[in-house]
Design a protein around this ligand. Structure first.
Ligand SMILES: [Zn+2]
Length: 501
């Protein structure tokens, strides 16, 4: 008994001393930097979180220089300098100083995470960060004012639309091989897109000093390039010789955050009497059924809806399509009702939009499915289970199909299987290159939402919400727009192939 009491006393003393000396506990966390994952160590001290300055420099692509005599560390990024001190708990930047809860212990300088997530640091660094203590994910995104170009390949002309978050002046250079635009004070996510649509070879966006440079590499078929800049939209239209007169002269991007030109000219329809192609865009899940949920809390149903609404907007603006949405808000709709609607309205295509999830966190990439009785592979089977799980919620008992039903079923599947598979290949040609993500290909599975569709029907799995990096990308507006652009362009190509347009 005395021995136990002694041990207890020792324990109490030691835990007291530990707390007094303010020991850091190490946590393994993750930084998601513009969608790229990086393992990091987060230090917890009494419920506050810290980063080692060396790690912070890696995350924010800063350089650090230790001045041991002056007892300070200079942290340089974005042409700015922040000064941290080893013995003084403060930070100096942009001609002002601010007290800061820093610690210098055993040769390491610890900086509070909430400094990096502050507005001050965002303005200074050009990086916007949020930290979730539950998931230990530090989500870091470059603040950009030049958004990723949106590329549309039409018959006889191609269009590149670059949205700017603010008005920027620009200079340009034009040669037969390329067209180059420098946005002054522009900042962008660097990327290159291989287009090869007969007019555009490649498009790239790069940061060069204090400008963001858009370069469009032209093919020999380009006869003329027209440029316009209005309402923070820079538009390049590349014409091949034949179609110069018929191409609509104005194209407007309407988004919730950017103002719309009151004088914007609507797209001219070349043949107003032509019958429109009717299609159904289905935003997966909704209401009580959130679908997959990402490690940072993103809900599949919200992402699906954004992509569906933007895809519908593009199709409507095109003028050749009549679009029916299964839902345009956060409501629950049973799976069977979605295809019933498409059948009733005699839609010519059914496109269901989803995001995937897997047990393995590293799984990422784009997939597209069409219906079959049996899943094409074990991963497709897992996706099938995930997407069909809502049937439970619908409180419907699954009745085993009768022989007759099976035969009918096979007929329906076979009738549209080739067309569905063709639409799938256009989707894989258009979407993964825009996202620069892994293309996991065309697969088959028995999705309830596609069953009974009396038309070609496909299910798009835009990416894996279970992957923290892909989740961070999927919740970004520019990424969702690129998916919508890909779906729209794939539908166009499919319709041209089928001579529907
Ligand atoms: Zn889903």
């Amino acid at each position: 008994m005395a021995r136990i009491r002694f041990l207890l006393l020792v324990l109490i003393i030691f835990s007291g001393v530990g707390g007094g000396a303010r020991e850091f506990s190490r946590l393994t966390g993750q930084a998601i930097i513009d969608g790229e994952e990086k393992k990091i160590t987060i230090y917890n001290l009494g419920g506050s979180f810290y980063l080692d300055i060396r790690q912070a420099a890696e995350i924010y692509k800063a350089s650090i220089s230790w001045r041991s005599i002056a007892r300070k560390v200079i942290f340089s990024l974005n042409n700015q300098e922040l000064v941290f001190y080893l013995d003084r708990r403060r930070v100096d930047f942009a001609h002002h100083r601010q007290p800061l809860d820093t610690y210098y212990l055993d040769g390491r300088l610890y900086l509070p995470v909430n400094f990096f997530t502050s507005e001050d640091f965002s303005h200074l660094s050009g990086w916007e960060s949020t930290y979730n203590p539950e998931t230990k994910i530090l989500d870091v995104n470059r603040i950009v004012n030049v958004l990723a170009p949106r590329i549309y390949s039409q018959k006889g002309y191609s269009r590149i639309v670059v949205e700017l978050a603010e008005n920027l002046s620009y200079s340009k250079k034009s040669t037969p091989a390329y067209y180059q635009v420098d946005f002054l004070r522009g900042k962008c996510r660097q990327q290159a897109w291989e287009v090869r649509d007969g007019l555009i070879k490649e498009v790239s966006l790069k940061n060069r000093g204090r400008t963001a440079r858009l370069t469009v590499y032209l093919s020999e078929n380009v006869r003329e390039v027209r440029e316009s800049y209005e309402n923070r939209q820079f538009i390049l239209t590349l014409y091949s010789a034949e179609e110069m007169i018929t191409a609509p002269s104005t194209f407007t991007i309407v988004t919730s955050t950017l103002a719309v030109a009151p004088s914007a000219t609507p797209v001219k329809k070349t043949e107003p009497e032509k019958k429109k192609i009717r299609l159904v865009i289905d935003a997966g899940h909704g209401g009580d059924d959130p679908g997959a949920i990402g490690p940072n809390g993103s809900r599949e149903k919200d992402i699906n809806l954004n992509i569906a609404l933007e895809t519908a907007r593009l199709l409507k603006e095109d003028g050749n399509f009549e679009v029916i949405l299964t839902r345009d808000s956060d409501v629950f709709i049973p799976l069977a009702e979605r295809t019933n609607l498409a059948n009733e309205k005699k839609a010519e295509l059914f496109i269901s939009i989803h995001c995937n999830a897997a047990f393995k966190k590293s799984t990422r990439g784009f997939e597209i499915y069409f219906l079959s009785e049996k899943a094409s592979d074990p991963e497709a089977a897992a996706t099938e289970i995930l997407e069909n799980s809502v049937v439970e919620l619908e409180k419907k008992k699954l009745v085993k199909k009768s022989k007759v039903q099976e035969i009918l079923w096979a007929l329906v599947v076979n009738e549209f299987i080739n067309e569905s598979s063709e639409l799938c290949s256009f989707m894989t040609g258009e979407i993964p290159p825009r996202l620069q993500t892994e293309n996991r290909g065309v697969r088959q599975a028995g999705f309830y939402v596609l069953r009974g569709a009396q038309m070609p029907a496909v299910l798009v799995e835009c990416g894996y919400l279970s992957n923290p990096g892909e989740e961070a990308k999927l919740r970004q507006k520019y990424y969702q727009q690129q998916i919508s652009d890909g779906i729209y362009n794939a539908i166009l190509k499919y319709c041209w192939r089928k001579k529907l347009l």
